[in-house]
Design a protein around this ligand. Structure first.
Ligand SMILES: Nc1ncnc2c1ncn2[C@@H]1O[C@H](COP(=O)(O)OP(=O)(O)OP(=O)(O)O)[C@@H](O)[C@H]1O
Length: 254
């Protein structure tokens, strides 16, 4: 999956993504980090083909993304976002069934047996018949992950998956994503707000500022005070913590 010289602005707005060229590493975990409004979610939309570049190209497995139908794209890419309150009344299994829908007509019946394996992966098979709203935030996020997995994608996109989760659930979710990446060779692309989390879980990081790629690199290559301070427009200190390693501190007050 790759972006080549992509420029994009929302209709009626000024250019947001500027001459963006980068490759999503296959079978790896990629995180996109940057300030609010830097264009991270828009990059996901471009990679998914839900918006088209004004100039430049987006390729998915060697094909121009706009030549693929919505169904063909859904067969390859699944997205987990944080906007799903609408489905609160649904049961866990119903939510996971929505993940199968790109392949079935809306009238198709999807059996419980078909969705159970995906709930097993996220350790929620026992909660299958419970209303989604009766689960904790961390469990709900795992249900959405199961729904994405039910799509049997090659690429798993996550837009700020740890927002609203406390640190323990954040760590659990990240461990699960790593496991999925390792065991199912899923290519993971996620937007993370926590730089340290991104540094810890990612094989590659795209550091983005004002719609431009500042740097694509490994955690070691991104761990640079000046680079991060410039990109986030805040002073950054990197400290070394025993048994943890380097830790980025963003200084919010001068
Ligand atoms: N549908 C839209 N129409 C017009 N402008 C939009 C639309 N979606 C996003 N924008 C604008 O594009 C800019 C970048 O948005 P985007 O969501 O890509 O950034 P982001 O880096 O993901 O931000 P955040 O960290 O706050 O989620 C913002 O100024 C936003 O207001």
């Amino acid at each position: 999956m790759e972006l080549k010289h992509v420029n994009y602005g929302y209709p009626g707005s000024e250019k947001l993504i500027k001459d963006f060229t980068a490759t999503v590493p296959n079978g790896k975990i990629l995180s996109i980090i940057g300030q609010n409004g830097a264009g991270k979610s828009t990059l996901l939309k471009l990679l998914m083909g839900s918006v088209s570049p004004d100039t430049g190209t987006v390729e998915l497995d060697g094909q121009l993304i706009e030549t693929l139908s919505k169904r063909q794209r859904a067969a390859k890419i699944a997205l987990v976002t944080q906007q799903h309150q609408v489905y609160d009344e649904m049961t866990v299994k119903e939510v996971v069934k929505t993940g199968r829908l790109p392949f079935h007509s809306l009238l198709a019946t999807i059996s419980d047996d078909e969705v159970r394996p995906f709930l097993r992966v996220v350790d929620l098979a026992d909660a299958m018949n419970r209303p989604l709203s009766s689960l904790s935030g961390g469990q709900q996020q795992r249900v959405w992950l199961a729904a994405a997995l039910a799509q049997e994608p090659q690429y798993l996109f996550l837009d700020e998956p740890t927002t609203y989760l406390d640190i323990r659930y954040q760590n659990e979710l990240m461990a699960l994503i790593r496991k999925l990446n390792a065991e199912q060779q899923l290519t993971v692309v996620m937007i993370l707000h926590d730089i340290n989390q991104a540094l810890k879980v990612s094989d590659q990081i795209w550091l983005v500022k004002s719609g431009q790629l500042v740097k694509a690199g490994t955690a070691d290559e991104i761990l640079n005070e000046q680079l991060l301070s410039n990109a986030f427009e805040l002073p950054v200190k990197i400290v070394n913590i025993e048994k943890y390693g380097p830790y980025v501190i963003q200084l919010t007050a001068s």
